[in-house]
Design a protein around this ligand. Structure first.
Ligand code: SF4
Length: 277
């Protein structure tokens, strides 16, 4: 699991950003070890909260163009010929897909199948399996997430070195990311974009493996912490892991270039470099 990182990018135009670092990342910026070298993160931090009700549309537009100029070093207003609020809305999607999904899942009338069907209907068997897994995960979290959180918060660090609460965070984050990334890989395939196909499939592969790892920790924590549901937890976690293992094998078969795909910054040795003084 990655280290937490609150590092804010401090570099302006021409700073030591890594080109393409955000193309195939997991969008978990708060934990990203390369947050300080990511132009997209810098842009989002400059942009701030566009949903703040205290702001006027004019405030938001001004911040948007200022952020583009500060981080990208160009007068984007002149280059893009755009200055209306709808552009801001298109560029900035709020807290990200995962946060939105969990927020929706809290609603009393939430229907997991219908909600995810409204998004991007997958056609590929692997993406369909990933979506079904995400729906079942959301249902499980809705029913047991709170009890699991309490149990994980109280549990000692797992022998593998991971805090159970972190493992639960990992499941929440990556469990719903797997399907959309797979769907993007399939779409890139149809467009003949081999790089995007392999890169997106790699993110999906990592999501499957990390979610599997998160369940391994919870498999040791939940049945012991909540003995009244010991057998049920064991069976449910085994089922999630079986399906994740099957997806992982399926991704390896369908996207053989994914595992060796080199993501800028994450897989090219940058993380091993000594920090710059
Ligand atoms: S690389 Fe991705 S996860 Fe890391 S800071 Fe940039 S957008 Fe966030």
């Amino acid at each position: 699991m990655t280290e937490r990182s609150d590092a804010a990018p401090t570099h302006g135009p021409g700073g030591p950003y890594i080109e393409g670092v955000s193309d195939y990342c997991d969008r978990w910026c708060e934990r990203c070890p390369l947050a300080g070298r990511c132009r997209l993160r810098a842009f989002e931090l400059e942009l701030g909260d566009l949903a703040d009700p205290a702001d006027t549309d004019a405030d938001r537009r001004a911040r948007f163009w200022r952020a583009l100029k500060t981080v990208y070093g160009v007068d984007a207003r002149g280059e893009l010929h755009e200055s209306d609020a709808s552009t801001v809305d298109e560029v900035w999607q709020g807290d990200g897909a995962a946060a939105a999904i969990y927020e929706e899942a809290e609603a009393d009338d939430w229907d997991g199948d219908a909600a995810l069907e409204e998004r991007d209907e997958p056609t590929d068997p692997l993406a369909i399996a990933a979506r079904e897994l995400a729906v079942d995960l959301l249902k499980w979290l809705r029913e047991h997430g709170e009890a699991a959180q309490i149990a994980c918060d109280a549990a000692a660090v797992h022998p593998c070195g991971v805090a159970p609460a972190d493992a639960l965070d990992v499941i929440r984050w990556y469990g719903v990311q797997l399907g959309p990334k797979l769907q993007r890989a399939v779409r890139s395939d149809a467009k003949g974009n081999a790089r995007d196909r392999a890169g997106s499939a790699k993110v999906a592969l990592l999501a499957a493996e990390r979610t599997f790892g998160g369940w391994t920790v919870l498999r040791d924590v939940l049945p012991a912490a909540l003995p009244a549901r010991r057998a049920e937890f064991a069976a449910e976690i085994a089922d999630f892991q079986r399906r994740l293992a099957s997806l992982r094998a399926g991704i390896d078969r369908a996207f053989p270039a994914a595992r060796t795909f080199v993501r800028p910054g994450f897989d090219d040795g940058t993380l091993e470099e000594p920090a710059a003084l």
